[in-house]
Design a protein around this ligand. Structure first.
Ligand code: NAP
Length: 555
């Protein structure tokens, strides 16, 4: 039941501290807070970190920047923010994105409803009261009718289980927990384990500072290099003028980017034409290559392999030492088998004399000693060891804490049998619990589904409040339908077989013991948004769990 207080403030849920509690003060938390305020909710954002920005606050390793171009890596909903914020680089640095999110928080006056340094230990739903109690690590608790996760998709870092990892006496850092004050690397022997999107950004950035730099590579990535031009006033003005169109095109695009749609298969052109197209999109850089060359690099194995061979050729051209070049070429899986990172001089870094690639695929790291890393008979002595070993993606933050739904059901236990949700937004057994970017939301440039998801959740809650619907909760049928659609769409792509071969995070394969299943929806952002619209158009029928469907049918 909703009521309102005597001070002209928005309605609030009787008997609770807030209408909604949002976990996470990154892109998701800010968008959710803004939109829930817009429907009159009294909301609180809590975040364990000591600053606003979520993933962009905590991943402040050297070289961190977006893999997406600035014009679709931001919110479109606020005219004030759009008019006043100026991006300075085609691929903004992590520091600039952090500043942007803090600017958003200030400009939209969000800060007063954000509580930092507040780590959630767990949350429990009380069915009789229809209230969520959020328990904090400091022993305090708050209640709300709605609980919303904006905890991020790649936020639960993984330290590898290499024997002796604790014994290393030098400095040891994870890219996702990089010290805010920075790390002095000059004159030091540095090693890095992990060469996904994080590792490949830090490598070229710190290589000039290190005395000797040992890069321990297990699985090479296909990296599409790019250039990072400055964004001037004229370019900003152009983007501002077209912002709505840019966002609309990104929202309709499978990968959430404003890019052209390739019309042809890589198999339907001559060898010369194919090379010309590959070359031109390689020169545009970053995600342009994966998205704009051909229409089947993600769906046809032969086409994906042709793209693989083109990138292998580029690696051999850039890297002067043929043995190193060959080791950098992925051969065990093909293009799109791992999330393709955007490079900023990654391959050329291996032409530096102080940079040494250590192939630990066949000859694995046997242990970490107090002095360094041992591979076979060789011990590499190090002063600093960096882990860029990734995350327990999509589910990790949600299963790390105890989220307890109806009848004591723990989300972690429910998902141990396989991820189940309706559209990655709501889970049966967890009424009035919503997820921004929950598992099985699209494999995408993320600010786009974050904004659309926050707006969707706000409309759903407004609808429920207006129509006296006390609980929004995925029906069991919707969960089975969505799981089947996620599986169908995923298996129609090369990401399935190649992702399994490459042990990609989007298959859950990078975490020991995690069941192999799609962590994201591969059917495309535009298709996903259509499903979300359909759910809305049917009065959220698939979010009214059976017992309630009867009760609300007359509304
Ligand atoms: P990741 O892609 O999962 O890469 C982890 C790396 O650690 C892999 O190279 C993996 O090797 C290696 N590794 C793990 N355990 C190892 C061991 N015992 N021995 C040797 N190597 C080991 O993680 P990430 O680079 O942090 O990126 C995760 C995702 O975050 C990205 O795909 C992207 O979606 C996002 N991200 C985005 C940006 C951006 O947009 N700018 C930047 C960073 C991250 P194997 O492959 O052999 O397992």
């Amino acid at each position: 039941m909703s009521t309102s207080d005597n001070n002209g403030r928005p309605p609030y849920t009787a008997g609770t501290d807030y209408d909604s509690i949002i976990i996470g003060a990154g892109f998701s938390g800010l968008a959710l807070l803004h939109h829930l305020r817009g429907i009159g909710q009294r909301s609180l954002v809590v975040d364990a970190l000591d600053g606003i920005g979520g993933t962009w606050w905590v991943n402040n390793y050297p070289g961190v920047r977006t893999d997406s171009e600035f014009q679709y890596y931001s919110f479109s909903f606020s005219k004030e923010v759009r008019d006043e914020w100026n991006w300075t680089e085609r691929y903004p640095s992590g520091a600039e994105v952090r500043e942007y999110l803090n600017f958003v928080a200030d400009r939209l006056d969000l800060r007063k409803d954000i509580r930092l340094n507040t780590r959630v230990a767990g949350a429990r739903y009380d069915d009789a009261a229809n209230v969520w109690t959020v328990q904090f690590e400091d022993g305090t608790a708050l209640t709300a009718k709605y609980l919303i996760s904006g905890m991020g998709v790649l936020s639960q870092p993984i330290w590898p289980s290499i024997p002796g990892i604790e014994s290393f006496k030098g400095e040891k850092y994870h890219t996702a927990r990089w010290p805010r004050e920075g790390v002095a690397l000059e004159g030091k022997r540095v090693g890095i384990i992990g060469l996904g999107a994080s590792g490949i950004q830090i490598v070229p950035t710190i290589a000039p500072q290190c005395e000797e730099f040992f890069v321990f590579q297990r699985t090479p990535n296909f990296i599409v290099e790019t250039t990072n031009d400055k964004v001037d006033g004229a370019r900003m003005a152009e983007v501002r003028r077209d912002y709505d169109e840019i966002f609309a095109r990104a929202a309709a695009h499978p990968f959430g980017v404003d890019m052209a749609y390739a019309e042809k298969s890589a198999l339907d052109v001559t060898v010369e034409e194919r090379d010309r197209i590959f070359e031109s999109k390689w020169n545009e850089g970053g995600f342009h290559f994966a998205n704009e060359c051909f229409n089947d690099l993600a769906t046809n194995h032969e086409s994906s392999e042709l793209a693989s061979e083109f990138i292998r050729k580029k690696i051999r051209e850039i890297v002067k030492d043929p043995v190193t070049a060959e080791a950098l070429c992925p051969n065990d899986y093909s293009f799109n088998g791992k999330r393709v990172p955007t490079g900023h001089g990654y391959y050329a870094t291996f032409n530096r004399e102080n940079v040494h690639l250590v192939d630990v695929k066949a000859n694995q790291i046997t242990e970490i000693t107090e002095r360094g890393v041992t591979v076979g008979d060789t011990e590499y002595e190090l002063d600093v060891l960096i882990f860029a070993t990734g995350f327990d993606a999509m589910t990790g933050t949600l299963t790390f804490i105890d989220i307890v739904g109806r009848d004591g059901l723990v989300l972690r236990d429910k998902w141990a049998r396989g991820i189940r949700s309706n559209l990655g937004i709501s889970v049966n057994g967890f009424p009035n619990f919503f997820m921004s970017l929950g598992p099985t939301t699209p494999y995408s440039n993320l600010p786009v589904p974050i904004q659309l998801g926050a707006q969707w959740i706000a409309r759903a809650i407004a609808f429920a409040e207006k129509n006296g619907i006390e609980r929004l909760e995925a029906t069991p049928e919707s969960e089975e339908w969505w799981a089947a659609e996620v599986e169908r769409a995923g298996r129609a792509t090369v990401m399935y077989s190649e992702g399994l071969k490459a042990k990609a995070w989007f298959m859950g394969e990078n975490v020991q013991g995690k069941p192999a299943e799609f962590q994201v929806y591969m059917g495309g952002g535009g298709v996903y948004q259509q499903f979300c619209r359909e759910a809305e158009d049917t009065g959220y029928a698939s979010f009214l769990a059976p017992a309630l469907a009867v009760e609300t049918a007359a509304v």
